[in-house]
Write a protein that binds this ligand. Structure first.
Ligand SMILES: O=c1ccn([C@@H]2O[C@H](COP(=O)(O)O)[C@@H](O)[C@H]2O)c(=O)[nH]1
Length: 278
């Protein structure tokens, strides 16, 4: 079975280095002329699937915006995941899960076991109960060709106080996460299956990302203020591993399908101007 890293590498080669998030904010639903209810959510996600499912390498539904409608919202998330995968996108579910290991096993089954209704190609995970507590996710991902993106240096301004705090050995908390994930990817080619989340908003923090060997998801572009040019400052010599991620910047072009496609094409051109050819 092909690893997630191999599948992601191919998707990026074929479709370009871009992840687009599905974040149906109430304000976006209103802007699209849709009600803030389950029908509005369904119409919104159907439109994004139609516009981008067959052209963007990775689509990242933000689970919170589906969960806020309860079981009917989660049912729409399930069908959205299936439709995106059928259309050829890799689906990265943004859920930022993390807990003690025995509970992480259940999260792993929920998202990374192919028999689950919420089965996706990859998930986001929080390492703040210890990177080791995420081991059940790493194991199930490896078994079934899935991926895990672990938060390292998040795009929000509050993240730095925790993530850039120094540990007893002098490394930052984030650097310890980076180093542990680098170990997991050792020897993987062309790309490891274990990624990191590093915000495009954080500037030059001096962290060493050169040995990660897996994808570096870069949210914070567009609505949070970072632009493609900021990727150079944040990632330096690791630019070749970056997967830029945009949500509101692209989604605000809807509901017209052609306009959504044009917005995704535009941000991809911006990113290609900065990232090495892949
Ligand atoms: O550090 C992080 C980690 C995750 N996110 C998520 O990405 C999108 C960003 O949406 P935009 O509309 O492009 O701002 C959203 O789902 C966040 O929860 C992040 O922003 N930063």
């Amino acid at each position: 079975m092909e690893s997630f890293g191999t599948r992601l590498h191919r998707a990026i080669t074929e479709r370009g280095p871009l992840c687009v998030g599905i974040d149906p904010h109430p304000g976006l639903l209103a802007r699209w002329g849709l009600p803030d209810d389950v029908q509005g959510l369904d119409r919104f996600t159907q439109t994004v699937v139609e516009a981008l499912g067959d052209r963007v390498a990775v689509v990242k539904p933000q689970s919170a915006f589906f969960e806020r409608f309860g079981s009917r919202g989660v049912a729409i998330l399930e069908s959205t995941i299936r439709q995106l995968r059928d259309a050829g996108s890799l689906v990265l579910l943004d859920v930022k899960r993390g807990d003690i290991g025995s509970t992480v096993s259940a999260y792993a089954s929920a998202y990374l076991d192919p028999s689950s209704p919420l089965y996706v190609d990859a998930v986001t995970a929080s390492p703040y109960l210890g990177v080791g507590s995420l081991a059940p996710m790493f194991e199930l991902a490896a078994e079934h060709g899935g991926g895990v993106f672990v938060l390292a240096l998040t795009s929000n301004p509050e993240g730095a106080a925790v993530q850039q705090a120094r540990t007893a050995d002098g490394r930052t908390v984030a650097q310890t996460v980076i180093d542990e994930i680098s170990q997991l990817n050792r020897g993987a080619t062309p790309l490891g299956s274990f990624g990191l989340v590093v915000g495009a908003t954080i500037g030059d923090t001096g962290h060493d990302l050169s040995g990660v060997g897996g994808p570096l998801l870069a949210p914070g572009l567009g609505a949070q203020g970072a632009g493609a040019a900021d990727l150079r400052t944040v990632f330096g010599s690791s630019l070749a591993s970056v997967l830029p991620s945009y949500s509101r910047e692209v989604l605000s072009a809807g509901p017209d399908v052609a306009a959504l496609r044009a917005a995704a094409d535009r941000v991809l051109v911006d990113c290609r101007a900065v990232l090495p050819a892949r």
